[in-house]
Design a protein around this ligand. Structure first.
Ligand SMILES: Cc1cc2nc3c(=O)[nH]c(=O)nc-3n(C[C@H](O)[C@H](O)[C@H](O)COP(=O)(O)OP(=O)(O)OC[C@H]3O[C@@H](n4cnc5c(N)ncnc54)[C@H](O)[C@@H]3O)c2cc1C
Length: 510
């Protein structure tokens, strides 16, 4: 039954995915205890709880796609699959004592700023809460996207999105249309191809697919990693180093040209049929869309039961799916591999700022803007994790951790300096975003000749950070109160020990 919690929390974390868990762990490690964390689902994990499609896994090596403070020696492969990642997150949550703190099955309905009391009023499915600040850890890639296709209502077969996979539906012997060839599709296509009767892959834009340097980690390797953590640390550093080289290329498209040529040569070796090769060869620079890695995708496309339709789906006529090039296929199942609506994060529907405006209304005709992916205009005492323009080609976990150092420093400064309200100065926000947009122009995301999910409907890049991860980390190292309009008023409290960004919380998760 809905209830009102009259306690005033210092902060309120919404979401218990990778970001929310890290927020709770890091806050507690700094001695910041007066917080609440809610999660709308019945377990932690976010992305890795929701996406269960066959072959789902990370495309950044697990040594880097794991918390800096919780290395694991249990990964079965260099790139872990979804069940292992979910298991890892549950173990970390238990290990740090966060699981019992989380209110599961509790969804935020509305967060509204109360200007009279300088508090957030949080209406959730379980009741109402009050908090001095809010951390929105509600995820950057959550809303499955399916295009509006004329005639879809006439389709009588089975239909689902990769993010809501219907495991009860047996694909064996079925005629399947896969719509889209993005990051999820290239993982599940090779898994379903051997069991289906016919596989028709609709490809609007061919992605760059490079070989995945994956391999299993046997017991001996795991034991060695467990006994000598230095191996894991060195490997993590090496992976981070190689990703920073890729990032350099993304910022300097000239460097990407020879890599694109080499990748085309590789395609020659991987695909023998010249017609198919031509159809899957991208016509934009490598890196303009997210670079994909797979060893089994091209073999699956070349299987006898697979046909590639090199155009998007434009019409459904009963059980016939029709491509933009006129090709028609009769199918039993449509699987949407059409990705996510990242330009309109659902949290926008839930947040009402100090002017009484719903963020989704402000973002309706464009994409979100924030300062360092965190602080939103006219939205005081609120912090977004993995918000706009912080994406670097790296592990999202590292990005979230870097942002958390900033956020926790800010939360502590609010306590120490008796801040009852702070909001990003409009001048700081607009100067920052002008600079971000200007510098993005020359990156491969904006100039590589593709239209990617980094760009909103107006062509504005709302996702990427135009500089290096080190530069982002430097900017996030210290929360500068002078960037914010600040109102003082609350009782001061002093940090019990080291500042947030100095707190070193390394525990191996075995
Ligand atoms: C298939 C897939 C593969 C990916 N692979 C990689 C990869 O290899 N490398 C990489 O760096 N990134 C990858 N990503 C990106 C991935 O989203 C991030 O790495 C990371 O999982 C984001 O974590 P998060 O906690 O910020 O968000 P999420 O994992 O989305 O978690 C958000 C949580 O908030 C909860 N929540 C949302 N709204 C509410 C509400 N109103 N009330 C209460 N709770 C709420 C959700 O239920 C969820 O548990 C991948 C994404 C997908 C979809």
């Amino acid at each position: 039954m809905a209830r009102t919690d009259s306690h005033i929390y210092d902060t309120f974390i919404v979401g218990a995915g990778i970001s929310g868990l890290a927020a709770a762990i890091k806050l507690r490690e700094t001695g910041y205890d007066n917080f609440r964390i809610i999660e709308k689902a019945d377990r932690v994990g976010g992305t890795w709880r929701e996406n269960t499609y066959p072959g789902c896994g990370c495309d950044v090596p697990s040594s880097l796609y794991s918390y800096s403070f919780a290395p694991s020696s249990k990964w079965s492969h260099l790139f872990a699959k979804q069940p292992e990642i979910l298991n890892y997150l549950e173990e970390v949550s238990d290990h740090y004592g966060i699981t019992p703190l989380i209110e599961f099955n509790n969804a935020l309905d509305e967060a509204a700023w109360d200007e009279d009391r300088h508090l957030w009023r949080l209406d959730t499915t379980n009741g109402q809460y009050l908090a001095r600040s809010v951390v929105f850890a509600t995820g950057p890639i959550t809303e499955p996207q399916t295009p509006p296709i004329p005639g879809l209502e006439t389709f009588k077969g089975e239909m689902f999105h990769s993010a809501t996979w219907n495991h009860d539906y047996d694909l064996t012997g079925k005629r399947v249309a896969v719509i889209g060839t993005g990051a999820s599709a290239i993982q599940f296509v090779p898994q379903i191809q051997p069991k289906v009767k016919e596989l028709h892959v609709f490809q609007r834009t061919p992605p760059w697919v490079l070989p995945k340097p994956d391999m299993p980690l046997g017991e001996t390797s795991k034991q060695a990693i467990d006994r000598f953590p230095v191996i894991q640390r060195t490997w993590r550093k090496a992976v981070a180093g190689s990703l920073s080289v890729i990032n350099f290329g993304l910022r300097n498209p000239v460097a990407m040209k020879p890599v694109s040529v080499a990748a085309k040569q590789l395609l020659r070796l991987q695909i023998r049929d010249p017609e198919l090769r031509k159809a899957v060869t991208p016509n934009f620079l490598l890196g303009c869309k997210r670079i994909l890695f797979a060893n089994d995708y091209y073999p699956a496309l070349q299987a006898d039961n697979t046909s590639l339709i090199p155009s998007g789906l434009v019409e459904v006529d009963g059980n016939t799916v029709v491509g933009a090039n006129g090709e028609r296929r009769e199918v039993d199942v449509i699987i949407w591999g059409t990705g996510f609506d990242v330009a309109h994060p659902p949290i926008g529907n839930k947040v009402v700022n100090e002017n009484g405006e719903r963020l989704a209304d402000l973002w309706k005709n464009s994409s979100p803007e924030a300062y360092l992916g965190t602080s939103i205009e006219n939205t005081p005492n609120a912090f977004l994790i993995l918000g706009p323009n912080v994406l670097v080609y790296d592990s999202f976990i590292r990005l979230a951790e870097a942002q958390l150092d900033y956020i926790i420093d800010g939360l502590w400064k609010m306590k120490e300096k008796r801040v009852s309200k702070l909001k990003i100065k409009p001048s700081v926000l607009s100067k920052h975003n002008r600079k971000v947009q200007k510098n993005l122009q020359s990156t491969v995301f904006n100039s590589g000749g593709c239209s990617s999910y980094y760009l909103d409907q107006n062509g504005r890049n709302f996702a990427a950070w135009p500089w290096s991860l080190s530069a982002l980390k430097r900017r996030l190292n210290v929360f500068r109160l002078k960037d914010y309009d600040v109102v003082y008023g609350e009782k001061a409290e002093v940090r019990p020990f080291k500042s947030a960004h100095q707190a070193n919380v390394a525990h191996a998760v075995h």
